[in-house]
Design a protein. Structure first.
Lengths: 471, 289
């Protein structure tokens, strides 16, 4: 009975923790715990997806991200905090350590509240630059909400983001209705470095710009950034697949902007529209907390693929010979909110590639799906190829790194030996060797004939009928 | 009840004119000032800007010249300072943009100066002329102005090499690589090999004919067999067997299969050879050879 109970408990725990692929302990850091009322719908959505929320303020003594070297939380959300520093428990170093330990961070900042130094330094470490003086306001005089900001133009209406590049999956804006817009309210825009780990989720419209409302209220003399250079929502994915998302407008997540009604400015029709914020907030938080865009390698198999070679059924052998035909298969799954699904490439422009490399790749080949070995929750990708004519220590390497997808870097090392002496073609199969083989045959026959003649030859008869030898 | 009804059309009219309030500009002009060798400043290429339609001919901007833009921003016909007054250069192929804020005075007079060193390198290397738009907008309900007004063609200085722009790394598909195998070893044409193989084989009959011509024969075979039948048969047979062992080594055996057989055959050769060759010696001593 007791074991049955514990089994049920275990199953229940498994179901609850199935929400995210990397745990459900979520720390919410607020300036004042009472502020959470503003974000009640967003936080309720998170709880509904199975996260265990803990609320703390930066002043709290008990707040610690690590205990005995282990993470105490899997994910952290920062809402805007008024204090300048975050105290000794949330230094930029600790936050970087948290990312290094595969923790995920969702950072929501706001224009009205200067971003704490600790977070500015953390972002600078990731090559994300915020406006000087830790404050800035993004306005757009062409795309604003005419009902809530007819004067100040600081509530931007943006179409939900589409595909960033043709070969990248659209995680954040897919399925949005034509009359749904994102309301980006009193937010901060950031400028991103050129690193490959940074990806903008949402860019500012072409006519938007960022200014300092305190000093540049009259005239913009020194422009921080404008147009699509401004990233309003930014994704950072480290090499260990830890994720950090910078959300320029914390107000986006507030209840007032969830399912709200907004008005486009009269120049663009003045039509009413619904906000897409709730679904967008779900997707951004889901991406950050490893609920979508997570790849898993189920198994990898490589084997000899020679015709008619039944003895070579060994999987994943340690050694191959040069010029062997080889088959490589990798099985991949992608996590989508609640379950693992077969991974499919985002588009035809993308490719899953296998490198066969020693120092540098000798082959880089596209893998294609193999339906026979795919299952309802995984896709097997396979490729047949011929090993290069170079012996040495080689790697089968799948290095699939794409924006918004967790990194796949798989390396299997094998030796490739050269030909053994009895694996070359026989000399009689080589036409150039025929004169030499004939020479050996002639020598053998000549030797046998010589032996016979030497032993059994009678002295030749002379003309007189006598033997020559008798002198 | 009457007066408000009378007012209504007037209010509507007012609202309509208010809704149509829009930013615009006047007195727009661009000039390119080229600095020639020395100090002589030469002004050329002056063009007036039309807010309704872009200039048809692109303005060319040399490496030492400066593009000067001046205009008067107007809100609903009156000169006024907008909060946003940008000149935006856009590369036509990639869509990359570079904004340049104009310095605007209280009365709406705005100016900007751009030379090549202000323009980002991605735009400098553009093949097509850059599209220049002017954006004028501000807070409140006035509709902003955003329209292309002219094109700029960047004239590269032939003396200065173009600084190459290296695209930043982006995760994505990489080009495929297929290993290029070394060429297989080649044989001469089969006819040639066959001809020389036959030439080699032909030496054997030539050798036999030569021997026969010199008087070689096998006439003592019966005599030798008669004198020592077992040892002669074994000795000659073992020589043939040795050649057979070598043939087997060539076709299928390995060295460890071959060596014991060679040893056995060699012992037989040695034992039978002493007898057989003794018989040959006896024939020689008898004067029969």
């Amino acid at each position: 009975m007791r074991s049955l109970f514990s089994l049920c408990l275990f199953l229940l725990a498994a179901v609850v923790s199935a929400v995210s692929t990397s745990g459900n302990r979520l720390l919410v850091i607020l300036d004042d715990v009472a502020d959470k009322a503003n974000y009640s719908k967003f936080l309720a959505d998170l709880e509904g997806r199975g996260f265990q929320l803990s609320f703390e303020t930066p002043k709290s003594e008990s707040l610690t991200l690590f205990h005995l070297g282990e993470r105490t939380y899997d994910h952290v959300i920062f809402f805007p905090i008024k204090t300048k520093g975050l105290g000794p428990n949330l230094t930029p170093n600790i936050l970087v350590d948290f990312l290094n330990a595969k923790g995920n961070i969702l950072l929501a900042i706001s224009s009205g509240i200067a971003t704490p130094n600790s977070l500015v330094s953390l972002l600078a470490e990731l090559d994300i630059q915020l406006p000087a003086d830790r404050t800035g306001l993004v306005v757009d005089h062409f795309n604003y909400d005419a009902s809530s900001a007819p004067e100040k133009h600081d509530v931007l209406l943006l179409p939900p983001p589409g595909r960033l590049r043709p070969d990248i999956k659209d995680f954040f804006g897919a399925g949005a209705g034509s009359n749904e817009v994102l309301a980006f309210s009193r937010g901060v825009g950031a400028v991103l470095g050129t690193g490959e780990l940074l990806t903008p989720i949402l860019r500012a419209p072409r006519t938007a710009y960022s200014y300092n409302p305190k000093e540049q209220a009259e005239v913009v003399d020194d422009l921080f950034a404008a147009g699509e250079q401004l990233a309003l929502v930014t994704a950072f994915q480290a090499r260990n697949s830890a994720r950090l998302t910078l959300l320029g407008s914390a107000e986006m997540l507030q209840d007032t902007w969830f399912d709200a009604e907004v008005t486009k400015p009269s120049a663009t029709g003045g039509r009413k529209a619904k906000t897409f914020n709730r679904e967008f907030a779900k997707r951004v938080s889901g991406w950050t907390f490893n609920e979508i865009g997570v790849l898993r390698v189920n198994w990898i198999e490589h084997r000899l693929d020679e015709p008619g070679n039944s003895a070579s059924n060994e999987t994943n052998p340690k050694i191959y010979r040069i010029k062997n035909n080889v088959k490589y298969t990798i099985s991949l799954s992608e996590y989508a909110w609640t379950n693992w699904e077969p991974f499919t490439l985002p588009s035809d422009d993308d490719a899953l590639q296998l490198e066969f490399s020693m120092l540098s790749p000798f082959h880089r080949l596209e893998l294609t799906p193999e339906t026979a070995r795919s299952t309802p929750e995984s896709t097997a990708y396979t490729v047949h190829f011929r090993l290069p004519d170079q012996h040495g220590i080689f790697n089968f390497k799948v290095n699939y790194k794409r924006p918004f997808l967790s990194n796949v870097e798989e390396k299997n090392t094998v030796s490739v030996r050269h030909m053994a002496h009895d694996e070359w073609p026989r000399s009689f199969a080589i036409s150039g060797a025929w004169p030499w083989i004939a020479g050996i045959g002639v020598t053998v026959a000549g030797w046998l004939a010589f032996c016979a003649v030497w032993m059994y030859s009678a002295p030749p008869l002379t003309d007189k009928g006598e033997t020559k030898k008798t002198q | 009840m009457r007066p408000p009804q009378l007012f209504a059309p007037a209010l509507l009219l007012l609202a309509a004119s208010f809704a149509h309030a829009a930013w615009d500009f006047d007195d727009g002009s661009i000039s390119v000032v080229a600095k020639q060798s020395g100090d002589s400043i030469k002004e050329k290429q002056v063009a007036l800007l039309n807010p309704k339609a872009p200039l048809s001919k692109p303005v060319s901007l040399g490496s030492t010249s400066t593009l000067k833009l001046s205009l008067t921003a107007k809100d609903n016909g009156k000169g006024k300072r907008p909060h946003q007054a940008f000149l935006v250069l856009q590369e036509q192929e990639s869509g990359l943009k570079a904004p340049f804020p104009l310095t605007v005075k209280e009365n709406g007079k705005a100016a900007a100066q751009i030379s090549q060193k202000d323009i980002p390198i991605q735009l400098l290397n553009a093949a097509k002329p850059l599209k220049a738009s002017i954006v004028l907008a501000s807070f409140g309900s006035s509709e902003g102005f955003n329209a292309p007004v002219f094109n700029v063609k960047i004239e590269a200085d032939p003396a200065v090499p173009l600084s190459a722009y290296e695209r930043p790394l982006r995760y994505g598909k990489k080009p495929e690589i297929h290993h290029i195998f070394r060429p297989d070893p080649k044989s001469p044409p089969k006819v040639v090999s066959l001809f020389f193989a036959l030439a080699v084989v032909a030496t054997l009959p030539a050798l036999f004919i030569g021997w026969i011509f010199l008087g070689a024969n096998l006439n003592h075979l019966s005599k030798a067999i008669g004198a020592a039948p077992l040892s002669h048969a074994t000795f000659f047979g073992s020589i043939v067997a040795m050649e057979f062992v070598f043939f087997m080594y060539y076709t299928s055996w390995n060295l460890f299969q071959t060596l014991p057989v060679i040893g056995a055959v060699a012992v037989i050769t040695l034992l039978s050879g002493t007898k057989a060759l003794g018989e040959v010696q006896r024939r020689r001593l008898a004067g029969e050879r």
